[in-house]
Design a protein around this ligand. Structure first.
Ligand SMILES: [Zn+2]
Length: 388
C-alpha cells in the first residue's frame, strides 16, 4: 500500500480505528511495519450550503507484506472487460500482467477467479490464486499476509463508502459508467478537477467523492454532461495502452458498469480526455518557424522539460511555445534547469537544426542555444536603474 488519502465522515472514525488496530496486530506478527494513519482536521461539507456532513481527511501509509522473501506486490482484478492492475507500495508491475488470464502459476489451473495475487522475488514475478499462496510460498505466514491484504481492502472499501448503511436500504453494486462520468463532468464544471492524490493537500473532497455525493442527491445529467461523458468513454475505449494507468482506463471504459472501488480511475477519464483534446488543439496550432540553418533570437515560454536516459547518457529535452502557439524544441546534454522553470519566458538564441513532426505536432528543432530567463533580465535592468 502506498500513501493514500481519503475523506470520510467523522462519525466513522471509531470503526476505522478499530479496523486498523486489528490489522496492525496481524502486521506486527509478520514483522511488517505497522500501517500508519493520520487524521486531518474536521471540516463541514455541504452541497447546498445548509445540509451537509462533517468530514475528516485520513492518510494511511504502509508497506507490502513480505513472506519467505516473496513480496506481496499487488493484485490483478479480472474485471470482465480486462485486467485491472492494483500495485501495492508503488511496485512497477511488468506489462504482461495486463493481458494475463486467470491462471495460477502454482497449480497451473485456470479457474473462475475474480483476482490473483502478484508475488515478487527480485525480478521474478508470479501470479498465484489465493488458495495456493501458502503452498507456493511454503509458509503458514502467507495466510496471515493474505489476511493483511484483505483487511487492507476492507479498510479501503470502508473508506470509500460514503453513505451509512442505515440511510440507504440498497447501496447497489456501483454506477452506470456513462452516468457516473456525466456526474463527473457536472462536478468539474462547478468545483474544478480534484484528483484523489490532491484532495488532502487542498482540504477538499476528490472529484470522484463529490460526483458520488451528487448522484446520491438525485443528480440528473444535462444533454451536454451526457455528450461529453459518451465522447470520453469512446476515447477511453480506444486509448493507446502504455502504462498501468492507461490499461486501467481502457478496462473501466469498456464496461457499462463501474464498481464503487474503481470510481477514482473512472473520474480521471474526464480529466485525461480533456487534456488529450488540448494536446490535439495544440498540435493543430503549431507550425514550422524559419528555415534550417537560420540563426534566431526568440522569446519563448518553457512548457516542459524531460530528461531522457540513453546509451550516451542523459539528454534534456526542453519544449517551448512562442506567442502564436508554435512548438520549439532544444535537446542537449547538461542543460541545468529545474522543473520549476516551467512557464518562464526565456530569450532564446540558437540555430534552426530541423523541422520535425512529433506525434502529429510540427516542431522547430534548435541547436547550440543560449537561454536568458526574462524575469532575471528585468530584475537586472531594474537594479541597474536604481543604482544609476
Ligand atoms: Zn493454484
Amino acid at each position: 500500500m502506498n500513501d493514500e488519502t481519503y475523506m470520510i465522515r467523522s462519525s466513522r472514525l471509531p470503526e476505522l480505528r478499530e479496523k486498523l488496530e486489528k490489522l496492525n496486530r496481524r502486521a506486527t506478527k509478520l514483522g511488517m511495519l505497522p500501517v500508519r494513519f493520520e487524521v486531518g482536521e474536521a471540516v463541514f461539507n455541504s452541497v447546498n450550503g445548509i445540509k451537509g456532513v462533517q468530514v475528516v481527511s485520513i492518510r494511511i501509509e504502509g508497506s507490502a507484506p513480505v513472506v519467505a522473501g516473496w513480496t506481496f506486490a499487488g493484485v490483478i482484478e479480472f474485471a470482465g472487460q480486462g485486467n485491472l492492475i492494483k500495485a501495492y507500495a508503488g511496485a512497477s508491475v511488468p506489462e504482461r500482467f495486463r493481458r494475463t488470464s486467470n491462471t495460477c502459476d502454482h497449480c497451473g489451473k485456470e479457474r473462475k477467479r475474480n483476482s490473483v495475487i502478484l508475488l515478487r522475488k527480485g525480478g521474478d514475478w508470479k501470479q498465484i490464486g489465493n488458495a495456493c499462496v501458502s503452498d507456493y510460498v511454503r509458509s503458514d505466514d502467507a495466510v496471515e499476509a493474505l489476511s493483511v491484504l484483505s483487511m487492507l481492502d476492507e479498510i479501503r472499501d470502508c473508506l470509500n463508502q460514503k453513505e451509512d448503511e442505515e440511510e440507504t436500504e440498497c447501496r447497489g453494486d456501483g454506477y452506470s459508467t456513462v452516468g457516473f462520468l456525466a456526474a463527473v463532468v457536472a462536478t468539474i464544471e462547478k468545483e474544478g478537477w480534484v484528483p484523489r492524490s490532491k484532495a488532502e493537500e487542498r482540504g477538499v473532497p476528490a472529484t470522484a467523492e463529490r460526483a458520488a455525493k451528487r448522484i446520491e442527491d438525485g443528480f440528473s445529467p444535462t444533454t451536454e454532461n451526457l455528450e461529453e461523458a459518451t465522447k470520453a468513454l469512446e476515447w477511453g475505449k480506444k486509448i493507446v495502452v502504455s502504462s498501468d494507468y492507461t490499461n486501467n482506463v481502457q478496462v473501466v471504459c469498456a464496461s457499462s458498469h463501474c464498481a464503487f472501488r474503481n470510481t477514482g480511475i473512472l473520474a480521471s477519464v474526464i480529466a485525461s480526455y480533456r487534456a488529450s483534446k488540448d494536446a490535439a488543439k495544440e498540435a493543430a496550432a503549431s507550425g514550422y518557424l524559419g528555415k534550417v540553418g537560420d540563426k534566431v533570437a526568440w522569446d519563448l515560454t518553457l512548457r516542459s522539460r524531460y530528461v531522457c536516459n540513453g546509451v550516451y547518457g542523459a539528454t534534456t529535452i526542453l519544449s517551448f511555445l512562442d506567442s502564436e502557439g508554435n512548438v520549439v524544441v532544444w535537446k542537449a546534454s547538461g542543460i541545468k534547469l529545474s522543473e520549476d522553470e516551467r512557464g518562464t519566458i526565456f530569450a532564446v538564441k540558437g540555430t534552426i537544426k530541423a523541422h520535425t513532426d512529433y506525434k502529429g505536432t510540427k516542431q522547430t528543432l534548435l541547436t547550440r542555444c543560449a537561454l536568458t530567463p526574462q524575469r532575471f533580465k528585468t530584475a537586472l535592468a531594474k537594479r541597474a536603474q536604481t543604482s544609476a
